[in-house]
Design a protein around this ligand. Structure first.
Ligand SMILES: C[S@@+](CC[C@H](N)C(=O)[O-])C[C@H]1O[C@@H](n2cnc3c(N)ncnc32)[C@H](O)[C@@H]1O
Length: 221
């Protein structure tokens, strides 16, 4: 099972070493989400808590959700004595909360769910988000074609990867190709369908490459 790789401490450490260049995107995310002191934020797949660390002083409260004990352990070291952060060990699809949120965040995490499960996830979390909530996703999003056209677009995709990752492509190649083939980055139209299942609508997007970027959702119901 794909989610089991995240139960391995070794895998979590490797991810945190190779992909520790997230700061710029986290700062960009703070601006897009326009956080303020009334906000209640949930970070799905919070990993080692690096985003929450930038967030907790700006919001009323925040929760981090992750399935990996190793990642949550790293995260908890950052929040000793911090009262407005809670970390939950949970699978995305089993998420429950006593809290209702108005801001959501998920970076490089929801592609672990296939499209059917993405739709279930948004349905499931819908009741924990108020109408008008903003939810920002950074993930594998095919902006120019749909997932079912992956094979047809493979050569162009790999060439886009070489451009996007530059000198880092060699060390990231194995993970990225694994992700395209075995995990579930998906086309923008399929993201749209999945989020609609929870009453969310894509109101803005940012394309970083043909296969990666962000979408900002607003909860309409
Ligand atoms: C690629 S990391 C991203 C971490 C962080 N958001 C970042 O931007 O660096 C994906 C995270 O999602 C978590 N994850 C993967 N599948 C999950 C699931 N089904 N339920 C909850 N968390 C999951 C992993 O444990 C991991 O910490």
């Amino acid at each position: 099972m794909i989610k089991n790789i995240w139960k391995s401490e070794k895998y979590a450490k490797r991810y945190n070493n190779i992909y520790s260049d997230s700061k710029n995107e986290f700062y960009e995310a703070l601006k897009i989400l326009k956080l303020n002191k009334k906000d209640k934020l949930a970070d799905f797949g919070c990993g080692n808590g690096d985003f929450l660390k930038l967030v907790f002083r700006k919001v009323d409260c925040a929760v981090g959700v992750d399935i990996s004990h190793a990642q949550l352990n790293e995260a908890s070291k950052k929040f000793k004595g911090v009262k407005n952060i809670k970390l939950f060990k949970s699978d995305f699809l089993s998420f429950k909360s006593g809290e209702v949120f108005n801001k959501g965040f998920a970076r490089k995490s929801l592609h672990h769910l296939n499209d059917v499960k993405k739709a279930k996830f948004f349905k499931k979390i819908s009741k924990f988000f108020t109408k008008g909530s903003l939810f920002l996703i950074y993930d594998g999003i095919f902006f120019d074609f749909e997932r079912k056209e992956l094979k047809k677009n493979w050569e162009k995709l790999i060439s886009d990867c070489e451009n996007y990752y530059g000198k880092d492509w060699e060390k990231k190649k194995e993970d990225v190709i694994f992700c395209f083939k075995k995990e579930y980055p998906t086309g923008i139209k399929d993201w749209e369908k999945a989020v609609k299942n929870g009453g969310f609508k894509i109101i803005k997007s940012g394309k970083k490459s043909s296969f990666y970027g962000w979408i900002l959702l607003k909860k309409e119901l």
